[in-house]
Write a protein that binds this ligand. Structure first.
Ligand code: PLP
Length: 426
């Protein structure tokens, strides 16, 4: 699909859908219906992605294996439970541009962040600071502050927050890099979001990672809003670690099992201190209780596992990543750029805008989400949008986050939603 010159007609939207090579994937998802029984226009995949229809069967399969085989399912289930997480070795790596072995699916995002900081934030004398963003997602801010306190340090001294310039909403790469350079030898860790949850801004991960390394710091990334949304090359960008959740763009269900990336050069270092548990141990001796007295971490990201995986929650992730593999991240990104660009173009038609778009105008600096600030009557606006059967995310008081997702949203949905918003403009 090449980027077309957009037109305002409904027929144009329908033609885009007819020509969309990814259009077939919509039918693989269960689309919620509104009170009138018609499918909702679901633009909230940045909060909770829709359920692939195959997920139900995948979960039932695990229940059946449990019912039929009980403990034997660890080795005899359709997907043996003992090595279940290895299902994601290749697909998880493809998703974020990693090498097999650099990605493991486990826990929740914030738990993984704690596990990563336990290894990669080791304050040492003057080198003690963590650089985050001023608008960091609360869970990240809590995790960082608690980690600093656990290290016996004062958050007021050890946490540095970068912010957009006065009167601006977006972070400038040069400001982040300058802040890193300013902290220099005091900086232990840079922890930033790949895509900022509020504005939808995609940060320059390779440039910021390189700046962190030049300062002698570790670069960690929260990819909650980036994984499954934008192509990533974590290995080549030399990212040290990254964490993400799987319930947004990855459609793996509420509280889904999260992802974790550890660069191969760290994964190979089995002497790195970590919070250990038996599932990170060499699986060859995991059950040999005498030999397993000493923790021998598995090389790679697998060595950061702590507990045995929740199989009923792993099954939806397996379905999800199979879909991503089939669709391909590059094709999804291509459609996403056109789909979001179309929404932006349609909204930008009005002469008297009621919205300010906070998200960068440059498609290379955003994912699929557009964050709209309602300049007038945000509640009324939201009511009108929701009343028209469009599901968006509201960040009080006045920001609406709208995420057309290339796997299951259509150009016609974008056209209908934009028309619903546009009549609000005189
Ligand atoms: C950017 C970001 N970080 C962290 C979290 C928290 O994730 P979890 O509850 O899976 O730990 C979220 C949740 O939406 C998020 O958007």
């Amino acid at each position: 699909m090449t980027t077309p010159v957009f037109e305002e007609s409904e027929g144009f939207a329908k033609r885009l859908d007819e020509r969309d090579p990814l259009g077939k994937f919509r039918g693989r998802f269960e689309i919620p219906a509104g009170a009138d029984g018609a499918p909702l226009i679901y633009f909230n995949g940045n909060s909770l992605g829709l359920m692939p229809a195959s997920t139900r069967g995948a979960v039932v399969q695990e229940l059946d294996d449990w019912s039929r085989l009980a403990v034997d399912a660890h080795f005899r289930a359709a997907t043996p439970w003992y090595s279940y997480h290895e299902v994601f070795r290749e697909s998880g790596a493809r998703l974020v541009g990693a090498h097999p072995g650099e990605v493991v699916m486990m826990n929740g995002l914030t738990v993984n962040l704690h596990l990563m900081m336990a290894t990669f934030y080791r304050p040492d004398g003057e080198r003690r600071k963590i650089l985050i963003e001023d608008g960091a997602f609360p869970s990240d801010a809590y995790a960082v502050e608690s980690k600093v306190r656990l290290a016996g340090l004062d958050p007021a001294d050890a946490i540095v927050a970068v912010a957009p310039r006065d009167g601006e909403t977006l972070l400038r790469t040069e400001d982040v890099v300058q802040a890193i350079e300013r902290e220099g030898a005091a900086l232990a860790l840079v922890l930033l979001p790949g895509v900022q949850f509020y504005t939808g801004q995609l940060l320059d991960i390779p440039a910021i990672t390189a700046a962190a390394h030049a300062a002698g710091a570790v670069a960690g990334w929260d990819l909650a809003h980036a994984a499954g949304n934008v192509p990533l090359s974590l290995h080549d960008w030399d990212v040290d670690f990254a964490v993400w959740c799987s319930y947004k763009y990855l459609n793996a269900g509420p509280g889904a099992v999260a992802g974790c990336f550890v660069h191969a050069r760290h994964g190979a270092n089995t002497t790195l201190p970590r919070l250990a548990g038996w599932w990170g141990n060499d699986p060859g001796i995991r059950f040999k209780m005498d030999e397993a007295r000493t923790f021998v971490p598995r090389p790679g990201a697998d060595g950061w596992q702590v507990s045995n995986p929740p199989i009923l929650a792993m099954a939806p992730l397996k379905e999800s990543l199979a879909i991503f593999d089939e669709a391909g991240m590059d094709s999804l990104r291509h459609k996403s750029v056109v789909l979001t660009g179309y929404l932006e173009w349609l909204l930008g038609r009005s002469q008297d805008p009621r919205f300010e778009i906070l998200t960068p105008a440059d498609p290379a600096a955003r994912g699929c989400q557009l964050s709209l600030r309602a300049l007038r009557e945000p509640r009324e606006t939201l009511k009108t949008i929701e009343g028209g059967g469009v599901v968006v995310d509201h960040r009080p008081p006045d920001v609406l986050r709208i995420a057309p997702v290339p796997l299951y949203n259509t150009f016609h949905e974008v056209w209908r939603a934009a028309r619903l918003i546009q009549p609000l403009t005189p």
